[in-house]
Write a protein of this length. Structure first.
Length: 110
C-alpha cells in the first residue's frame, strides 16, 4: 500500500478523505474508500488538452476506480463542497465522478 501513498493524485484524495467531511463515514470507521485498479479507454476530441494521450488517438490508460460512500443524512452543502474539492484535485482534464444513491447492507452494533 505504500506505493499508493506515493501517487500525487491519490495523496490529494487521501488528504481530502481525512479532512472534516462526511466522506466514507461509517460510524466507528471514517475515511473508508475502496480502490480498484483497471484500464480506461478514451479518445480525446477536438479542443481537448489531455493529460495523457493525443487528440484524435485512442488511449489506453491504467486507472484506479475509487468508491466512497457518503451518509444520506450528510448536509447537501457539505456534500457539494467535498465533491467540488474532489473534482479540483483530480489529475485529469475531464474527471469522471459518479454520484448515485445506493442502499448499503451492514451489521448494526448493539
Amino acid at each position: 500500500m505504500a506505493a499508493l501513498d506515493c501517487e500525487d493524485g491519490l495523496a490529494s484524495l487521501c488528504a481530502i478523505l481525512d479532512g472534516d467531511n462526511p466522506l466514507g463515514d461509517f460510524g466507528a470507521y471514517q475515511a473508508v474508500a475502496e480502490v480498484t485498479p483497471g484500464w480506461e479507454l478514451f479518445r480525446p476530441g477536438a479542443g481537448a488538452e489531455p493529460t495523457r494521450g493525443m487528440v484524435g488517438q485512442r488511449e489506453i490508460s491504467p486507472t484506479l476506480m475509487i468508491t466512497i460512500h457518503i451518509p444520506s443524512e450528510a448536509p447537501q452543502a457539505e456534500v457539494d463542497a467535498v465533491i467540488a474539492r474532489l473534482l479540483a484535485a483530480h489529475p485529469w482534464e475531464m474527471p469522471v465522478v459518479e454520484v448515485s444513491e445506493v442502499a448499503l447492507a451492514a451489521l448494526r452494533q448493539a
